[in-house]
Design a binder for this molecule. Structure first.
Ligand SMILES: CC(C)(COP(=O)(O)OP(=O)(O)OC[C@H]1O[C@@H](n2cnc3c(N)ncnc32)[C@H](O)[C@@H]1OP(=O)(O)O)[C@@H](O)C(=O)NCCC(=O)NCCS
Length: 433
């Protein structure tokens, strides 16, 4: 029997099958040959929420949740956060290698020159009510760009693909800032090509009547680091949406809107808002013990703690904690930080949390930091969507050029009725809906 194979005995028929094992994985399609008779469809796997199913091969992001490792294209996240700009990291995610100086300058130039939006986009944005959620505005406006760039449908054309990638990375902060200005009732600010990517975003968010906005370098760098940390996280819910929609060869604007819609869900991009609510509910450092006792007694969760994949300190949380300290030196200390530090101190020693391997995740400190920078909680997910756009596009590009990929179309286990006799309307009984 060759090594790296799996032998399966079907106890229904007594037959044995040998299937190859590659990368610790068997191909689900190899199970289809396992049948009880020729009419049988063949064996399937049942995996709601893809708990144990790889849907693609990817060379972009590597995570080892037990060891607390996150790498983009092989580079540890800590090194990238310290040494790179977000646009440099976006280039790495998309093209697989860090850019040379000339490539980086050209890339920055290209992205900067795609930050403007078509004027009709402004009118589109104005159609939203003043209290529409910024994520609703972001998702809809990204999708609406599809109407402005119809050539984006030619997803098999590499040059056209690259152009839409540049447009989306360039325009994401402009749309995000517009959604913020709209909800604040402020006039929109046009991009300014003199600025770096994060500075330009700050300019579009916060410029008032001054002739030239001046971005604080420490805040701009902290924002850039946050962008790097959020740029990609392999096959999460939003990325899976990007790939599922992309597999139908839908244009990248609509795919990105679908991915952002997934991100908008509270189980995905919204946990940092919850952390702020929790810290407010606790109120002071002295009340932390009492709150943690409630959590341990099964009343609620410690928001910003625990992760499906990380069973160790989330490497992004470490960097954010450091970065938050830099921000507080400019903005003044957020009183919630003391509560957060006390929570973390106790949780890392407490048997309940240690036993369950619950460590701070990326959302634990990011909300406090965003708030210190002046963002309302509703903007937090939009801040996440800007850099994740680069990750989504890298994954989309990988998908489109992967010869093994086809339209994503899962199977189901049908649990409904067998064929039934039609009932005329006068003979039907009412059902409770
Ligand atoms: C992220 C999360 C959904 C992961 O869930 P999961 O991998 O399915 O983990 P489980 O729900 O199986 O949790 C395992 C155990 O730890 C406990 N637990 C998990 N997260 C907890 C938390 N934040 N506070 C207290 N207890 C927690 C569970 O109650 C469970 O305890 P039990 O074994 O006694 O039943 C979960 O940790 C959570 O809800 N965290 C808070 C929300 C958050 O910060 N989300 C952002 C993620 S980036």
């Amino acid at each position: 029997m060759p090594e790296n194979t799996l032998t399966i005995t079907d106890n229904r028929t007594g037959k044995a099958y040998t299937v190859p094992v590659e990368n610790g994985t068997i191909r689900a399609m190899d199970l289809r040959q396992i049948k009880t008779d020729t009419d049988d469809f063949g064996l399937m796997t049942y995996d709601p929420a893809f708990m144990n199913t790889a849907s693609c091969r990817s060379a972009i992001t590597y995570i080892d949740g037990d060891k607390g490792i996150l790498r983009y294209r092989g580079y540890p996240i800590e090194v990238l956060a310290e040494r790179c700009s977000f646009l440099e990291v976006a280039y790495l995610l998309l093209f697989g290698e860090l850019p040379t100086e000339a490539q980086l300058n050209n890339w920055k130039f290209e992205i900067t020159h795609h930050t403007m939006l078509h004027e009709t986009t402004k009118k589109f944005m104005e159609g939203f009510r003043y209290d529409a959620h910024p994520m609703t505005m972001f998702v809809s406006t990204v999708a609406a760009l599809s109407g402005i760039y119809p050539e984006a449908r030619q997803v098999l054309d590499p040059a056209k693909r690259l152009l839409q990638i540049k447009r989306l990375i360039g325009k994401a902060p402009t749309i995000a800032a517009m959604s913020y200005r709209h909800s604040e009732g402020l006039p929109y600010v046009y991009p300014d090509n003199d600025f770096t990517y994060p500075e330009n975003f700050m300019n579009m968010l916060w410029k008032k009547v001054e002739p030239k906005y001046v971005a604080h370098p420490a805040i701009a760098r902290a924002l850039d680091i946050l962008f790097i940390l959020h740029a990609d996280h392999e096959q999460n819910c939003g990325t899976n949406a990007m790939r599922a929609v992309g597999s139908a060869h839908t244009d990248p604007y609509m795919c990105t809107a679908a991915a952002a819609a997934a991100l908008a869900g509270p189980l995905h991009g919204g946990a940092n808002e919850e952390v702020l609510r929790m810290l407010d509910e606790i109120g002071s450092k002295e009340k932390v013990w009492e709150y943690m006792k409630k959590v341990k007694d099964g009343h609620g969760k410690l928001m910003g703690f625990g992760h499906r994949i990380y069973k160790n300190y989330d490497p992004r949380a470490k960097i954010i904690k450091w970065s938050a300290e830099q921000v507080f030196q400019v903005t003044g200390r957020n009183a919630r930080l003391d509560i957060a530090l006390e929570l973390e101190r106790i949780a890392l020693e407490d048997e309940y949390f240690v036993k369950r391997r619950l460590y701070p995740n990326v959302d634990f400190y990011s909300g406090i930091m965003y708030q210190a920078m002046g963002f309302r909680p509703e903007m937090f997910t939009v801040l996440f969507a800007i850099p994740r756009t680069a990750g989504w596009l890298a994954q989309w590009k990988e998908l489109i050029t992967d010869p093994e990929q086809k339209i994503a179309r899962p199977r189901q286990i049908y649990t409904g009725h067998d064929v039934r006799q039609f009932i005329p309307i006068e003979k039907r009984s009412p059902v409770t809906v």
